[in-house]
Write a protein that binds this ligand. Structure first.
Ligand code: SF4
Length: 203
């Protein structure tokens, strides 16, 4: 797609998108939310039921957990950007189909280009596989740091997967502490007068 000057222009261009069959079953298109200049961007899979109804990503119980995780590292959602690979809800929360991905992912790519985050946290299997172009699962990939197109990519569990699993919640809080360390290291790398900080490849 042609490049845009701003997120507002991109949202306008997406409009009442009918590019894939999910347009027929969605209630609201869920574009994304947060700071257009965020240093940290979260990418999830697709809107769920609550997100579809409210038109905002990560609302409901999973959204509340995400807010708690952000607060644990001194951030709130106005300082980061949150988006999904797909902008409309697949019926019954089924996995996105290849045709839907093909039509929709150029919007995500343009969001990433416009926001230009230093660090991307991929939430769960689907977003992680998409961003890292891999078939490996999140359990194997979480806890590791990747670089894609000059950005740091940190795979973590999807908060929805940890809602009823205390062990996964503990892992998520731990991974957020590490995410903060990656962000801090990225900030130091931006300062020319400071020595660069060695990057971990494994948390
Ligand atoms: S999922 Fe993406 S491509 Fe499909 S209708 Fe929604 S915005 Fe358009």
């Amino acid at each position: 797609m042609e490049t845009c000057q701003s997120l507002e222009e991109l949202r306008e261009r997406i409009g009442d998108c009918q590019r894939c069959p999910l347009a027929r079953t969605r209630t609201n298109l869920v574009f994304g939310v947060g700071s257009p200049h965020a240093r940290l961007m979260f990418i999830g899979e697709a809107p769920g039921r609550n997100e579809d109804l409210q038109g905002e990503p990560f609302v409901g119980a999973a959204g509340k957990l995400l807010d708690e995780l952000l607060a644990s590292i001194g951030l709130d959602r106005r300082e980061v950007y949150i988006a999904n690979v797909l902008k409309c809800r697949p019926p019954g929360n089924r996995d996105p189909l290849a045709e839907e991905m093909e039509q929709c992912t150029p919007f995500l790519e343009e969001q990433v280009r416009l926001i230009d985050p230093e660090v991307i946290a991929t939430l769960g299997n689907f977003a992680t596989r998409h961003m890292l172009k891999t078939q490996a699962g999140i359990t194997r990939l979480r806890g590791r740091l990747f670089r894609v197109d000059g950005r740091k990519v940190v795979p973590i569990y999807h908060p929805a997967a940890a809602l009823y699993d205390r062990t996964k919640q503990d892992v998520l809080f731990e991974d957020f502490r590490r995410l903060k360390a990656v962000l801090d290291a990225a900030a130091d790398e931006q300062k020319p007068s400071q020595p660069s900080v060695e990057q971990p490849t494994l948390f």
